[in-house]
Design a protein around this ligand. Structure first.
Ligand code: SF4
Ligand code: MG
Length: 331
């Protein structure tokens, strides 16, 4: 089956004091129709920049796609004009963010904001748009949608606001939904409800989802495939079962150790020691994880691992698993 989205050798750079730094450094992956792909990594690993690149929403004058291709349903998105991309955004591909309060407009009621989405992409009357909005709110599990439609964002709970955001994102039945930390701001029970809702909508609407999170626990049950990112690069990619049962990259293993156990009161194992290197401070050669990796060897500081398929459908970028002779100094 042809992929719905194909990202090929994407490099996205940010201009910092007149110099380009790659926040996303040569990543490639595919999303098939109806597939849920999880993208996992700590903050600062390039996940959000990757999704903003796909949406063509990089901050103007600061972030830019330096090279590579983003092909959605056969169309090269990075070559499109602003007008062309506006037709696709919100209709074919849409996005939800972590904090709905920043994406919902506080001065307009919920109904108005939902109707705007319809008006942007369809020719319908105000009355139809209102009815559609109410139906949509109902479909995302909001009770008494006739009342909520006239309320303002601040009148709703965090979970309700995220449901409204999801309603807006799916209003035009997109084929691809990018959800960037959609549950991070919510408490655990509401998180689970929102994830269930996404899964349910995915099935009903036959859509694909890219689910971005720093928490592997979130993607465990939902995703078909998981991409682990570190410092702008993909370090491991495979199906969810393999990732959880047979992780290979030391970073993945540490992320798995950071998932809290359901049956204990123990605090979540504190996050992995050390920090993701900053954009301006990326090591020039070697593995970018080397300074935090419990398995680092001397070679890790001088030889750059490349993503290679260690088994069918399982890619890892780590010298421990590199079979061919590594190329000195190539990043
Ligand atoms: Fe660790 Fe070396 Fe593998 Fe990097 S290449 S993850 S430093 S073992
Ligand atoms: Mg982010």
């Amino acid at each position: 089956e042809a992929p719905l989205l194909e990202v090929k050798n994407l490099e996205t750079a940010f201009d910092i004091n007149g110099k380009d730094f790659n926040a996303v450094d040569n990543i490639s992956f595919r999303v098939k129709p109806r597939q849920i792909v999880g993208v996992v990594g700590e903050s600062g690993c390039g996940k959000s920049v990757m999704s903003l690149s796909i949406m063509q929403l990089l901050p103007k004058g600061i972030g830019k796609i330096k090279s590579g291709e983003i092909i959605y349903d056969g169309i090269n998105l990075e070559k499109m004009s602003e007008a062309q991309i506006n037709k696709i955004r919100g209709k074919d591909i849409s996005m939800i963010f972590q904090e709905p309060m920043t994406s919902l407009n506080p001065v307009f009621n919920i109904g108005y904001q939902l109707q705007e989405v319809f008006f942007n992409h369809m020719k319908i009357s105000k009355k139809e748009a209102r009815l559609k909005s109410i139906a949509l709110l109902k479909s995302v599990g909001i009770s008494r949608p006739e009342k909520i439609v006239d309320e303002y964002p601040h009148q709703l709970s965090g979970g309700m606001r995220q449901r409204v955001m999801i309603a807006m994102a799916i209003a035009c039945q997109p084929k691809l939904l990018i959800a960037d930390e959609p549950t991070t701001a919510l408490d655990v029970t509401v998180q689970a409800q929102i994830l269930d809702l996404l899964k349910e909508i995915q099935t009903i609407n036959d859509m694909s989802i890219i689910l971005i999170t720093h928490d592997l626990g979130v993607v465990a049950e939902m995703c078909d495939e998981i991409i682990v990112m570190y410092a702008g690069k993909i370090v491991e990619r495979t199906d969810a079962d393999t990732l959880f049962n047979n992780p290979k990259h030391p970073y993945t293993t540490l992320l798995l150790g950071a998932i809290p156990k359901m049956d204990s009161n123990e605090e979540r194992l504190s996050s992995i020691q050390g920090m993701v290197p900053s954009l301006t401070n990326m090591p020039e050669v070697g593995c970018r994880f080397a300074n935090r990796c419990p398995k680092a060897m001397p070679a890790c500081f001088t030889v750059t691992p490349s993503l290679s398929e260690i088994q069918l459908g399982h890619e890892v970028a780590c010298l421990l698993f590199e079979t061919s002779k590594p190329r000195e100094g190539v990043r």
